[in-house]
Design a protein around this ligand. Structure first.
Ligand code: FES
Length: 308
């Protein structure tokens, strides 16, 4: 991880603060694309994933935004209460699991703090002269973050305040999309769940891409022990019912990293070479995927061979 220093803290709304992070010696930071996130480790050792919401062309800084969570597991509480200009945080290079695909048109949908990756996408699409529209839903007018930056993007951006105008009409938004539209959405679980249930309303050739803050609820069978064959390391590891595959691999000295440990960040991804993975993550949408996230996922077959 690389140490970065907090150069600026801006109160965007009563519950959202944005943070500008720079290299302590002012050197350039690794390149990133809209949709990317960074893993941030705080002094308290809490590690969280935050979408980058700044300008990808500005490599002097990363910008993230953090909402005050009433039931914070530590990260949000520390950032809002104790992080100061000059504080150090530790960061892994950006990873993009929410990248913009080529499409004739884009519909960007953000709810609440889900604005962060969507803002960088909107800025990028505007710079590319792409065909795009964006709707940003908040509960109250005070909750609108980055209002000036969104205003600068012009009429393609619509803000919807549900406390004033009622529930956002997602069916109408999706029905009006043109064929081939790529929908990118980020927001709370109920928003994403509703959106994915309405996917059938989109015209032909369209696609939906979502990013979640919370793990998707997935049904699975009770934990059972299984064996993992690590082909690169030439090590065989037993995974007991009461331990995750990631913990078991790390315990055996296999160099695999995890961050969220909830199947949402993608940092522990590995390729399955043989066997039948049981996907319990929130990233795979195809049950036949041969990418496994071992912090939460397990195996349906007695043995799994992985490329580590
Ligand atoms: S550690 Fe985040 S997906 Fe596994």
């Amino acid at each position: 991880m690389t140490a970065l220093v907090v150069r600026e803290l801006v109160t965007e709304t009563p519950s959202i603060v944005s943070i500008r992070l720079e290299s302590p010696d002012g050197s350039s930071l690794p390149l990133w694309q809209p949709g990317s996130h960074i893993d941030v480790q705080l002094l308290t050792r809490h590690e969280r994933q935050y979408s980058l919401c700044g300008d990808p062309a500005d490599l002097t800084a990363y910008r993230i935004a953090v909402r005050r969570e009433p039931r914070s597991r530590g990260g949000s509480h520390y950032i809002h209460g104790y992080l100061r200009v000059g504080s150090l945080v530790w960061v892994r290079p950006p990873r993009n699991l929410f990248a913009l695909a080529e499409a004739p048109s884009y519909l960007l949908l953000a709810a609440g703090i889900g604005i962060t990756p969507i803002l960088s996408m909107a800025r990028h699409l505007a710079a590319q002269n792409a065909e795009w529209q964006m709707t940003y839903a908040t509960r109250h007018r005070d909750d609108i973050a980055f209002a000036d930056e969104l205003g600068a993007l012009g009429e393609r951006v619509t803000t919807h305040v549900s406390g004033e105008s009622g529930r956002l009409d997602l069916p109408a938004l999706l029905s009006r999309a043109s064929p081939g539209t790529a929908v990118y959405a980020c927001g709370p679980q109920a928003f994403i769940d509703e959106l994915t249930e309405l996917a059938g309303l989109l015209p032909e050739g369209s696609s939906i891409h979502v990013e979640r803050f919370e793990p998707r609820q997935r049904e699975h069978r009770p934990n059972a022990p299984f064996t993992v064959v690590c082909t690169q390391s030439d090590v065989t590891v037993e995974v007991p019912a009461g331990r995750s595959m990631l913990e078991s691999l790390q315990g055996a000295g296999i160099p695999v990293e995890g961050s969220c440990l909830r199947g949402i960040c993608g940092s522990c991804a590995m390729n399955v070479l043989e066997g039948e993975p049981e996907h319990r993550d929130s990233l795979n949408s195809d049950e036949r995927s041969m990418t496994i996230y071992p912090c939460v996922s397990r195996s349906l077959s007695p043995t799994l061979a992985v490329d580590v």
